[in-house]
Design a protein around this ligand. Sequence first.
Ligand SMILES: Cc1ncc(COP(=O)(O)O)c(C=O)c1O
Length: 436
Amino acid sequence: MSTITATATSPIWRPFTQMKTAPTPQMVQTGRGAWLELEDGRRVLDCISSWWVTIHGHGEPVIAEAIYEQAKKLEQALFTSFTHEPAEVLAENVLSVVPSNLKRAFFSDNGSTAVEVALKMAYQYWLNKGSKTRNRFIALEHGYHGDTVGAMSVGQSSEFWRPFKVLLFEIDSIPFPATWISDKDAEEKEAESLAALATLITKSPDSYAAIIVEPLVQGAAGMRMCTTRYLGKLERFAKEHNLLVIYDEVMTGFGRTGDWFACRKANTQPDILCLSKGLTGGFLPMALTLASENIFQAFYDDVWEKAFFHSHSYSGNPITCAAAVASMKLLHERKDTYTGKEQLHLKLIEKYIEDHPRFTRARVCGTIAAFDLKLEEESGYFASVSPRLRARFMDRGFVIRPIGNTIYLLPPYCITSEELESAYKIIYELCLEENL
Ligand SMILES: Cc1ncc(COP(=O)(O)O)c(C=O)c1O
């Protein structure tokens, strides 16, 4: 056991944290399955998969073993000059479970870089094809695509990026048709969104490189969900108007939506697909940006200038690839753990959420469930109820981090029915209390 304890004087500058006011973080010692064990011996149930990455569960021995074995063989090789078995196997395995139009796999390090790669790829695709005007992107309102400058630019309507606004490039955005269980207006909202898209394209038909979408679920926006029908319509429109479609499945990939990917669930074929988070089962950082053969062919040329200019030191790291290969094998073997969660969530929502006086807009997509607290105070990402609730859930042994007034559950797939029900129970009870 560690002899180091968590203190307020630690030199670590934590992400997305106001260091002056944030509580001292808890020291976590071990992770097993859906549980984390803290330094004081308490166990807490990880109901959000440690920022949406831990898909099978913590400490999964099959992945740990694969990492160990690979580390003994080859830990790193520069990816411009060499390839290796774990990367080749991984590329082949991933391409075998995505829509068949996707044929090429580009490696990077995290969700944000997967998006940067996608944006640069889409832009250079048009450049290589001789179009100099297609230099703008369309995004969905409130979308989040990561924290690097390009990813922030296409996610700027989420308002997280106010301090950096002047650094970002301009985009155009259309409404995201957010829907929930028993919502009667979904089709109307979808029509509005597509009409806004049509207006943009009619006005400037040759200005756009691509539209970027978080398909089915906008995560950081508060688990806002849309229908598969909308994605189908969006795709048809884009194809008719020569607009590339980028799917950011950094959060929705690898079983999260109850299928391998949202694009499979919706039966759609994006031109570019961004993957990360669950790719390695939550063990190591890595990302893939997959592209159609059509995109790849625009770069495939005798001239060096048409090559895709992007790389990272750790691109295609062998240990990370080995972890991803092992994780995908588990996803094939343990399909029930993620395909069955939607029904379980729906049952528990009916039991604990639907008639709760404080909740509204319950929604479910695969392993993800979310609902909004009715609030008198201002809602949105910075609603002050969020840190208060987070602390109370933690006191009761649950890692649940509301996004503004949205409470959501996005657990590792190994969570049992009883464990998941205990999370619903605690949400039910805590949110009945007077002073939230
Ligand atoms: C949809 C989506 N895209 C991109 C990112 C950025 O990923 P990363 O934090 O690995 O850079 C996230 C992170 O939450 C995300 O949810």
